[in-house]
Design a protein around this ligand. Sequence first.
Ligand SMILES: Nc1ncnc2c1ncn2[C@@H]1O[C@H](COP(=O)(O)OP(=O)(O)OP(=O)(O)O)[C@@H](O)[C@H]1O
Ligand SMILES: C[C@H](N)[C@H](N)CCCCCC(=O)O
Ligand SMILES: [Mg+2]
Length: 417
Amino acid sequence: MADVGRCPWHRRDRRRPGLGPCWRGRRRRAAADGHLVEGHRLLWRLSLRLEAGDRPDEDAVAHTRLFDRPAARRHRRRHRGPEHHRERARADRPSGGKGPALHPRPQHGPGRKPDRADHPRRRNAGAGGAARAGRGGLSRVRHQAADRARRHLAPALRLFGRDRGCGYRRRRRAAAGEDPVSRTLFITSSGTEIGKTLVTSALAHQLRGTDTLVLKPVVSGYEPETAAESDPGRILMAQGRPVTEEAIAAIAPWRFKTPVAPDVAARLEGRAVTAADIAGFCQRAGAGRETLIVEGAGGLMAPVAERETFLDVLAITRWPSLLVVGSYLGTLSHTYTAVETLRARGLPIAGIVISESEGGGNIAELTRSIAAFLPELPLCVVPRLAGAEPWGQAPRLTQFLVDKSASGVAPKAPAEI
Ligand SMILES: Nc1ncnc2c1ncn2[C@@H]1O[C@H](COP(=O)(O)OP(=O)(O)OP(=O)(O)O)[C@@H](O)[C@H]1O
Ligand SMILES: C[C@H](N)[C@H](N)CCCCCC(=O)O
Ligand SMILES: [Mg+2]
């Protein structure tokens, strides 16, 4: 049985009786593989598959075993060994796919509801689509990834609704490219050494216990000996995770030794990275996660390749940016330039965080200026924090995360000063 449809945790016999919605209702029952079936209707669909001699996937075989003993025997025989194979397969093959159905199609009529699989809206959905137009079998034109994710989805969704459960189906759909990660935030800044990692670690810390992945795909100036002080090291510590080489490699695959622009650092090591590499890695790693947070390296337009910058990563992904800016003299121009740059590419901005620079600055005046110039953008201040774990003292930053189904831009939040 393919590992689709139910979370392994639930598939094991751990359910407490009477708690799950899955096992209620007289006409529904659980097959031995943990998949839900709807009695007669599903049997009828299976009969259509079997009639055509179609055995498209392992699931169909599993159900055959459950519902149709002669067919299950044939299946076992067919897999017994090569010496039986040809002869038995010939004998088992239905005559042109036109033999009688094992389970005759239910007749429509008074007192009998038409099968929902025949409804026009459902014709392409799940197993219902297979039975359409009297073709008596699954379509030969198949989209493999979609099929993998959609097997048995229709009955399951009808019973439970799309958003219930532990998130296992959502992650599977996302892995098949059907459903993007719910919330993503790209932490960028008006320059380097501004406070991106502090903000990223604070978010990572505040989102502990949730389904959040935090990535720092490109890091320059990385030394394995001082991994705990590196950006990915600090992110892991903020999440309460051990700083190991494996954990760092999983969240920061492009690590370069020299503390310079990533394209230069990569060239010095005879390596290369592109905006598409970075976008692809993050999207694959984050597929199906509830929240994905990605920290850039350097400022918004720090180069990643000779003719590409982090802005090109954003042009591919269209992640909302959280712009971290300093409180030094000159930050206003840097801030507005970064905002204009994102807007010129039509990229969403989740908000601005002023991370107090070493020299301080007039935070109240800066906040007033930015709020007046960009009143539509949420604004927050992270004051100068001391201590070994500054991420634990930062103000709440999770308000910058919004569902992708929303506009992609965080709702306006009051400035925290
Ligand atoms: N609000 C703050 N309070 C205390 N320290 C801060 C603050 N903002 C930044 N820093 C300090 O400034 C230094 C640079 O910050 P950080 O590493 O977060 O910058 P960055 O933008 O992530 O840089 P990079 O471009 O290298 O990724 C760090 O030592 C950090 O702790
Ligand atoms: C080493 C440093 N802290 C960052 N990791 C990389 C900064 C690159 C800046 C490139 C630039 O904008 O000139
Ligand atoms: Mg950083």
